[in-house]
Design a protein around this ligand. Sequence first.
Ligand code: E4P
Length: 219
Amino acid sequence: MRIFLDTANLDELRKAARLGVVSGVTTNPSLAAKEGTGDLKSYRSVIQEIAGIIDGPISAEVISTDAAGMIREGRDIATWHPNVIVKLPSTLAGLEAIATLAKEGIKINQTLCFSVNQALLGAVAGTTFVSPFIGRLDDEGHDGMELVADIVKVFKEYHYPTQVLAASVRTPLHCTQAAKVGAHIATMPYKVLTQMMHHPLTDIGVARFLEDWNRTMKL
Ligand code: E4P
């Protein structure tokens, strides 16, 4: 499973890049606004800066809600950098935009996916990635991971090339489970990435080795 970072924060991206495991980035209008990049010009320059840090797919999301607007924005976003992926919502207008832009060779991340049917239609229309939102489904009392597993199963059954990008990841357990059900990618906040590597027994083990070493050296 590939690891993407779900952030527009350049410091986090630089720290994460040093770990050597991040191969892509996802952003959305909320994450961009959090970094103070709430207009298209600064969103573009942040995406271009991110592209200089992480050499892999970088999702930038449209804000239009109608198909014509999404298509227009998508064409523009696709010119920002060769690694940029246009993020489109799982709506009817989004589906129309996916179909149009995919035919033009533009890579798409179908976002805000909450059902197998939405993922299925996106795959048929030619989306490159589909992003089921685990945490937001869990918040509503559903099982977000079950959706990821179902989409993986359906895509395998019909040999769709669309990759399943597990999103709205909130905990390290989400990462383990996404890997177990066969998600191609998990995108996560920087904090979750660091939590993935943490284990208290590792810390205790390191401290004990050091203690024993120092005691022996004093003898
Ligand atoms: C993914 O592409 C989204 O930006 C993200 O995972 C949403 O996560 P949230 O539900 O924690 O906001």
